[in-house]
Design a protein around this ligand. Structure first.
Ligand code: NAD
Ligand code: UFG
Length: 336
């Protein structure tokens, strides 16, 4: 069975390609390498000892995608390609709407044209906005605070409409919580360009001496230690969730959302201390001001994914930190 992975050279996409190849799927990657490098795919092949096929193609390029679907009999799509920086999206909303939403529409059109109606979409816990915690799939969504979050919400709605118009579609909306960690080989991991926006890559660059100090965004939240609570999930557990979702969409139709998280909340200070333990280094950090738009706490109720996808997170916070540090020390200058 052949799976098209859009954004397959990215952080979550590359880990998912490893799991797909190890499970004997054929993998076809489409990526424009806006936020990744082709070397990542060589490393995926090195880890698995298997080959994948890749196209340097933007998902907004209809002719390019038509070529991919003409040359390969695609059974299902896992759609990761997108821009994901929350702060940047407030400054460049049109860029985000064009890349994420227009790109997705072009992809869905080409899927329709080739009668490929099975898709797993990378959504985000951000669609829940300010709901009570833990988040459950049947809560109202869409009260989101950034253009990035709105692209996720809109694409979910577009896919719901696609299914409503044609019940042959089978769609899985995976709402990721906070993916961190890396493959245990240390060959692939999270490798953002420039100064990281997210907590874990920032911590690991401070630990390796590439950045001087971490600022903890707010120490006065109404949480156990005053810092924000999130549901961190190992990227390999997250990658495996995609295989469970592919199995599900292969033998059913519908459009279903699933939370992909551990169901456990950790504070920023919990993560710092776990990372210090994993790396054996004291981390230089200060408590600073709150970051605009941050919610105090959220985590998943993952019961639906547990029962309907038969997926369970297996890797804990210590392993997430160990694997991040292993990747960072093996790739101090990132993946070139
Ligand atoms: P990433 O940036 O590492 O990977 C995205 C990949 O898509 C990159 O390789 C990039 O080059 C490619 N891409 C972007 N626009 C493209 C386009 N128009 N055409 C072709 N390729 C394109 O990001 P990631 O962390 O792996 O995230 C993957 C998906 O999961 C994204 O859709 C993201 O919004 C979503 N998500 C991520 C997180 C997270 O914290 N990492 C949380 C929730 C949801
Ligand atoms: N944080 C710091 N210092 C930093 C970076 C982050 O204290 O330098 C804190 C944040 O305030 C937050 C926590 O660490 O409390 C996690 O922040 P991240 O930026 O790593 O992640 P977010 O929870 O803000 O957002 C992430 C993704 C979004 C996604 C969301 C929900 O970046 O794309 O999870 O899935 F929408």
């Amino acid at each position: 069975m052949a799976i098209l992975v859009t954004g397959g050279a990215g952080y979550i996409g590359s880990h998912t390609c490893v799991e797909l190849l190890e499970a004997d799927y054929e993998v076809v990657v489409v990526d424009n390498y806006y936020n990744s490098v082709p070397e990542v795919l060589n490393r995926v092949e090195k880890i698995t000892g298997k080959k994948l096929k890749s196209y340097d193609c933007d998902i907004r390029d209809k002719e390019g995608l038509r070529k991919v679907f003409s040359e390969n009999k695609i059974d299902a799509v896992i759609h990761f390609a997108g821009l994901k920086a929350v702060g940047e999206s407030t400054k460049l909303p049109l860029t985000y709407y064009d890349n994420n939403i227009s790109g997705s529409v072009v992809l869905f059109e080409i899927m329709n044209e080739f009668n490929c109606k099975k898709i797993v979409f990378s959504s985000s816990a951000t669609v829940y906005g300010n709901n009570p915690i833990p988040y459950k799939e049947d809560m109202p969504t869409g009260d989101v605070s950034s253009p990035y979050g709105r692209t996720k919400h809109f694409i979910e709605k577009i896919l719901e409409d696609v299914y409503a118009s044609d019940n042959e579609w089978s769609i899985s909306l995976l709402r990721y919580f906070n993916p961190i960690g890396a493959h245990s080989s240390g060959l692939i991991g999270e490798d953002p360009n420039g100064i990281p926006n997210n907590l874990m890559p920032y911590i690991s660059r401070v630990a390796i001496g590439k950045l001087p100090q971490l600022t903890v965004f707010g120490g006065d939240y109404d949480t156990k230690d005053g810092t924000c609570i999130r549901d961190y999930i190992h990227v390999v557990d997250l990658a495996k969730a995609h295989l469970c979702a592919v199995a599900k969409i292969m033998d059913s139709t519908g459009c279903e959302a699933y939370n992909i998280g551990n169901g456990v909340g950790y504070s920023v200070l919990d993560i710092i201390h776990a990372f210090e333990k994993a790396s054996g280094k004291a981390l230089n950090y200060v408590i600073g001001d709150r970051r605009a738009g941050d919610l105090p706490a959220f985590y998943a109720d993952a019961a639906k994914a547990n029962t309907e996808l038969n997926w369970h997170a297996e890797l804990g916070i210590d392993k997430m930190c160990e694997d991040t540090w292993n990747f960072q020390t093996k790739n101090p200058d990132g993946i070139k």
